[in-house]
Design a protein around this ligand. Structure first.
Ligand code: FES
Length: 56
């Protein structure tokens, strides 16, 4: 079980990390397009930015 990062869209950390690595994503917008994470209330965007920093 991986922790949920985006509660609006129910996207977990593993899904985001996998998308970043497989598609070489570098921006929040690219993560939003690839996973839908961050496309609701926006509260998880700082977490997405952190995951991008950790995995790029
Ligand atoms: S928690 Fe991700 S958009 Fe609301």
């Amino acid at each position: 079980m991986s922790d949920t990062i985006c509660h609006c869209m129910n996207v977990d950390r593993e899904t985001i990390v996998k998308a970043i690595k497989e598609k070489n994503l570098t921006t929040v917008e690219e993560v939003q397009d690839a996973t839908t994470a961050g496309t609701g209330c926006g509260n998880c965007i700082p977490d997405i930015e952190e995951i991008l920093v950790e995995n790029s």
